[in-house]
Ligand binder design. Structure first.
Ligand code: ADP
Ligand code: MG
Length: 557
């Protein structure tokens, strides 16, 4: 690309073949791309949302209506579209829910901004207005949130997260399970509750039915005992959690020892045996009766452990080691020499049980376990995976609700309340930003709109009904859509549609961030990707558009 400065030679600034779009054209392209992403997932929003069938390049098929899964699977090329995909990923990592909502809101904020840009409102003004509106929206959302302390509230949060996933028959049962699991692993640090759902270990085993899915007050390790003569179960277990091997290290380099004297041979073997026996003695010395070893275990060690009536498993996953420590209150020990009584974990019972076709080790009756297991059962692998996904979502939202102690009603209720309150707020701000705040308020209506549309209801009609329901009366802020009747209803009490405050807050924040970022771009300079083996692409930009920069998106539906 060349610029002419007066009479002098043109100065080459950008490499030949670099593509450039500017100002309105750049904005229009970016907005179109981002909106295309939002439109693609909008039809999946809510419990009545449709599914997408995604086929990857090697023909594998995934059917899902989970926003973040869809966006991770499709191959998005446009840079602005990629920013919207990031919104979903952030939302997922922060809250585990609300991914579709955040993307749909981002798309709608951009759609509204297009209208303002057409009326010559500068994108910077729009961006400022959006930021003001988002801050106010969070305040309003917090005001209409309620306490999430009770188990019944948490259970409703879990059920809301799982509606729409195919676990309908066992919704309540699984919700109860999720609440119990989260409450067990919740930790109190300086008066703040912390929940790490990674400490809830989900084991999947085909067989029985979903109703046989079970919460184990302790941990399940997918390993059997190493020696048949070890006890089948150990009461009052004192557990060693060892990350080093119980065998003699092989040398790194290949070494040969030549022994000519049979007595020397015997001494050599005796020495090896003594070392291995010494390992078992150290375990016996601290009074342990169970050993979980992350690495290998020599046959002789297994033999001596069995002789000492000690239960042992080997080659555990590293993640299981930490969870075992959390569940039993013991420490992961890296070196047998430093093993002491205080490193031992405790459990009422360690035993081998047959689950389906396999033997597994159950560590149960831990005093104050901070890691536990759920065994998911079900007729087919497909069912189990579905339950696993649903449970995972439920655990995340219950964890988030418990940490923050705040929930809001769902079903479009908060968005309508925000639309109305933000419209009031806009008039107090004045100036051109007022227009942007009004646009933000209007964008909020997309959530109830899409919920209604996806349920086959008339969205215009419902948004109007909702607005009327939100004016004045008591509990007005909780009025959302009952998707069964198609009427407005109290989501907090009558319909039990509850979601963590953080999900709504994060959705607004990340959607606003993405919209603002996209709005502030007035120049897209893209270096040309060269296909392997191809010569330099024909240069020159005017009128031309880089691949994937138009409204259409290669790789998408
Ligand atoms: P996301 O990926 O954003 O979580 P979902 O498909 O889970 O998308 O839909 C969430 C939306 O559906 C929220 O607005 C929530 O309030 C709403 N919702 C969930 N359950 C119900 C219900 N039973 N009735 C009405 N709305 C519901
Ligand atoms: Mg959801």
């Amino acid at each position: 690309m060349a610029y002419s400065l007066g009479q002098s030679q043109p100065i080459i600034v950008l490499r030949e073949g670099t593509e450039r779009t500017r100002n309105k054209e750049a904005q229009a392209n970016n907005i179109a791309a981002a909106r295309a992403i939002a439109d693609a997932v909008r039809t999946t929003l809510g419990p009545k949302g449709m599914d997408k069938m995604l086929v990857d390049s090697i023909g594998d098929v995934v059917i899902t209506n989970d926003g973040v899964t869809i966006l991770k699977e499709i191959d998005v090329q446009h840079p602005a579209a990629k920013m919207v995909v990031e919104v979903a990923k952030t939302q997922d990592s922060e809250c585990g829910d609300g991914t579709t909502t955040s993307v749909v809101i981002a798309g709608e904020l951009l759609k509204q901004s297009e209208r303002l840009i057409d009326h010559n409102v500068h994108p910077t003004i729009i961006a400022n207005g959006y930021k003001l509106a988002a801050a106010e929206a969070i305040k309003v959302l917090e005001k209409i949130s309620v306490s999430a302390k009770g188990n019944d509230v948490l259970k409703k949060v879990a059920m809301t997260a799982m509606t729409g996933k195919s676990v309908a028959g066992q919704l309540e049962y699984l919700a109860d399970l999720a609440v119990k699991a989260v409450k067990t692993v919740a930790e109190d640090s300086d008066g703040k509750i912390k929940v790490n759902v990674d400490n809830i270990k989900i084991e999947k085993k085909t067989g029985l039915t979903v109703a046989d899915t079970e919460l184990i007050n302790g941990l399940v390790v997918d390993k059997e005992k190493v020696h048949p003569r070890m006890p089948k179960s150990v009461k009052n277990a004192k557990v060693v959690i060892l990350s080093s091997a119980l065998e003699i290290k092989k040398t790194e380099v290949e070494a040969k020892i030549q022994i000519r004297d049979p007595a020397a041979m015997q001494r050599f073997l005796d020495e090896e045996e003594a070392q291995l026996k010494g390992m078992v003695d150290k375990i016996k010395a601290v009074g342990a009766n169970v050993v979980f070893c992350q690495k290998g275990m020599d046959d002789l060690v297994q033999h001596y452990l069995a002789k000492a009536n000690i239960y042992a498993c080997r080659r555990l996953k590293e993640s299981d080691m930490e969870k075992l420590a959390k569940a039993t209150g013991g420490n992961v020990v890296g070196n047998l020499d430093s093993l002491s009584k205080s490193d031992l974990g405790c459990a009422d019972m360690v035993e081998e049980r047959k689950i389906g076709e396999e033997m597994m080790t159950f560590v149960t009756g831990c005093k104050n376990p901070k890691a536990i297991s759920i065994i998911v059962r079900g007729g087919t692998e497909h069912v189990i995976d579905e339950v696993d996904r649903a449970l995972h979502d439920a655990l995340r939202v219950v964890g988030v609700a418990l940490e923050d102690g705040k929930v809001v009603a769902g079903g479009g209720a908060p968005e309508i309340e925000l639309a109305l309150r933000l419209a009031d707020y806009a008039s107090t701000v004045g100036g051109r930003e007022q227009l942007a705040i009004e646009a933000f308020a209007e964008a909020m209506e997309i959530v109830p709109w899409a919920l209604a549309e996806n349920a086959g209801l008339d969205p215009i009609d419902l948004v109007i009904k909702l607005k009327t329901a939100h004016e004045g009366k008591k509990n007005a802020a909780y009025m959302g859509i009952d998707l069964e009747t198609g009427e407005t209803a109290n989501m907090m009490e009558a319909n039990d549609v509850l979601e963590p405050f953080r999900v709504g807050k994060q959705a607004i924040n990340s959607a606003t961030d993405a919209a603002v970022m996209i709005l502030r771009i007035d120049d897209v300079i893209a270096s040309k990707k060269m296909p392997p083996g191809a010569g330099a692409p024909p240069g020159g930009m005017p009128g031309g558009m880089p691949p994937g920069m138009g409204g259409g998106m290669p790789g998408m539906m």
